[in-house]
Write a protein of this length. Structure first.
Length: 185
């Protein structure tokens, strides 16, 4: 199981690198109207970000068309949609059993995460996430199936690799949830 990657600056740099690559793909694809996409990042104040990376995590990579003005926001491994907490905090916070003296308690203490927020994240995995089309596709990949009650722990346990690789892989799998599908596409 992954541990909180606070002491690994390479983890945070790697997530930035992935987000930049995803943004480059969006910009290269251009706007459906044929216009050129220009950088139009918007500010974020993410929670769960170590001080050393706050400046790098202070913007969400996005673009705006020079003709129709439509916004195109790139998928992200750093941010989980509109949530204010960084994606890895939501994932790892949801994997921890609640209670004093647990890893969840340490994570909550390190980032001042209210217990009710952890409960809300766990409920999201069990109730909302399992209703997404992403989960219907993703869940079919695993045999035996991952039960909703085991999410996200069950997914992390099925993903292989050294160190933080399972967490990185899961964050990459969740990227379709980080944007809303534009109309007309």
């Amino acid at each position: 199981m992954c541990h909180v990657p606070l002491s690994d600056p390479q983890f945070f740099r790697f997530l930035i690198h992935i987000d930049e690559a995803l943004a480059a793909e969006v910009q290269t694809a251009g706007c459906p109207c044929g216009g050129v996409l220009h950088r139009a990042n918007y500010p974020r104040k993410p929670r769960g970000c170590p001080r050393a990376f706050r400046a790098d995590y202070a913007t969400r990579l996005s673009f705006c068309c020079n003709q129709c003005r439509r916004r195109s926001t790139a998928m992200s491994v750093r941010f989980l949609g509109r949530r204010v907490w960084l994606s890895w905090v939501v994932v790892l916070g949801s994997t921890r059993p609640a209670g004093p003296g647990t890893a969840a308690a340490a994570l909550c203490e390190a980032f001042s995460i209210p217990w009710r927020t952890l409960a809300r994240w766990r409920r999201w995995w069990r109730e909302d996430f399992v209703q997404t089309s992403l989960w219907r596709v993703l869940g079919a990949r695993f045999l035996p199936p991952v039960a909703a009650a085991e999410l996200p722990v069950g997914l992390l346990e099925r993903l292989t690799g050294p160190g933080h690789e399972p967490l990185r892989h899961l964050l990459a799998l969740l990227t379709p949830l980080t944007i809303t599908a534009p109309e007309g596409r």
